[in-house]
Ligand binder design. Sequence first.
Ligand SMILES: [Zn+2]
Length: 466
Amino acid sequence: MAFAAIHPEAGRIDATLQDLGCGLSWAAVHKVRPRIALRCPDCGYGVHAKISTRKLHYFAHDPGRPADCAWLNESLEHHLLKLELATAVRAADWHAELEVRAPDGTWRADVLASSHDGTRRIAWEAQLSPITNDDIRERTERYQDEGIDVCWVSPADGVPWIGTVPSIRARDPRGDRPWTVVDGVAGFYFQHGTWITPTDLDLATFIGWVLHGQTSPHQVLPRYRRIWFPATKSHARRQLIWTTQRSVDEEARHDVMRQRQEARKRQQEEQQRQAEQRRQEEEARQREAQRQEEEHQRKIREAAERARWAEQQRQWAIEAEQARQRREAEDRQRQEQAAAAERERLRQEQHERQASQRWWKELSPAQIQQLRDAVADPLWTKQAARVEFDPDGATADYAYGIAVYLRRRLYGILRPSPASLHRLPPTVPVFVRNAREAQLLTATGKVDTARVVHFDLPDHEQMSLI
Ligand SMILES: [Zn+2]
């Protein structure tokens, strides 16, 4: 179905206009006999005027139409949207042509809006069929090359190209609400720092704004591309939106403020970083100073320890030397004492020897024999026991007396020297000539009176006196 057709005499006619755009009435083309040879503006095939069940005036291809006509497969919904676009353009006091084809076929507009002075043209495209982003961008550029602005209109949700080319999403009428714009248009709210989509914008109002230059496509600054949709309480990313110059200025003003804030923040961060760096450097410096101080103290301690050790060794050497000298002195003293003791012993021996010589010289050999007999005779007469006198005579071992043996056992000591009584063997009796000699021995305190036996022999040789 289509709204435009070529009349054989009036030229292009428009079913959406009361006079078909050329002073004719609908009745002049609808169900007229003979039939008027209307043609499709796109494919040139024959069309005829029709009225839909919803009282919509349009043209339909005659039976056997070619399959490649651009208008061929367009839906009723598409046509209703085109009709709405054209109606709004005309309400804004612009000229609207439906289903317009470029002379060279490079573009074909659903609705081409033109200002009265002809200086501005805006194509309104009701895009219901799927189209890739690349294709829609290419078609947009094709219009722009011809000096024609364009706005793509989708009635569907979730089309990928909304916000990539000048575009809106229009929602069909519900209840007493006419067509409304629900996506592709936004205003910038400085206090929120964000773009917000209006909740209640009529499509016709929007189209009027576009045609009168109050609203234009705008490349959203990267940081603001998350746009708020109050109706669905959600965000969506949009790169290109329709908006007012005031919003563009507000966005720029906000961006400058944000850049200043960020610059301040960067500056603060840089200052903090520098402060932190200074703090770390100071810490490192203090650690190094502390390390050096500890190293210094350690060296002092080591030097003190070495000195203490050296002093200890020196002390030990002194003590060892002193001990050695002490030992030498003690050795010398012992040797001297031993030598002195030896000298004393020799002196004592000599003394005793001389004393014993004097002791024995007091007696004549006869007197000595007399004493020997005094000891031996009673034993012989009473017991028939013969005593024996040491053939060596007086010896040092028996205190310079003469040992007397009876039956090979020591029986007594004959006349020991008073100076040598400390040499006497114990217990055996001591024989002396008389009480005077006994007195001489006992007076020394070195021999008991009980051990001393005397014979009352005279001190002088009485025999010789006789
Ligand atoms: Zn056609």
